[in-house]
Design a protein around this ligand. Sequence first.
Ligand code: OGA
Ligand code: MN
Length: 215
Amino acid sequence: MPLPDEPAPTAPDEIAGALADPGYAVVPGFLGEATGLALLEEIRASRERGDLHEAAVGRGGEKQVRSEIRSDHVLWLDPADLSPAQSCYWEALAAVRASLNRELFLGLFDLEAHLACYPPGAFYKAHLDCHRGVSARTVSAILYLNRDWTPEDGGLLRLYTDREAGTAGPFVDIAPEFGKLVLFLSADFWHEVLPANRERFSLTGWFRKRDASPI
Ligand code: OGA
Ligand code: MN
C-alpha cells in the first residue's frame, strides 16, 4: 500500500490563499532540516526524561484525560523559555501569522503549541479543535517530525474536507512526514489521527484570536 495521495502541496507564501479556499494547506519542507532534527532530538529527550504527560480533552475545569479519545503525550512550549530550535519554529509561525492577518484579516494575536508524541498504538479520535464562538483557536498548524515514514507506520492525519458533512463526508489522509506543516481552520474541519504503529512526533500549534469569548 503506497502513502496516500495528498492534497497538492502549498508553498509557504501561498498559505493564506489556501486557508481562504479550500480552508487547509499542506506545506512540505516547512522548516530547515537542521531545525527539524534539533526539534526531534528535543522531543525525544523530553520523552526520555518523562517530561511529556498524557494529553487531556475538554476546556478549563472540564479538562480530563480520556485515553479512549486520545492517547498521545504532550509538553506545552513556554514562549518565555524556548530553545534555539523552538525559537526558529516560533518565528517561522509568527511570519505565517502576520501574513494571515495581513491577507485574511484574521486578527490572530498569539500562538500556543505543544510537543506531541504518539506511542505505538496511540490515536486521536475525530474531533474539532474548537467550537465556534467558544474558543479562541482559529487556525491549527501541525509540524511533523518523522523521518522515513512508511504506510505500515499508520498514524495518518485524516482530514474531513467537507465542512458541512464532517465525518460523514470525503476525507484526505496525510502522512506525518518530517518537515511537513499542515494548517486548517480549527472550527471548520473535523480530523483524527489514525493509530500509529511506531512513535510519532509532532509540534502542534494553534493561532488564537483576541476577540473570541474566554476559554
Ligand atoms: C491535535 C491533533 C493531529 C496530528 O493535537 O488536536 O488533531 O496529526 N493532532 O497530530
Ligand atoms: Mn486536533
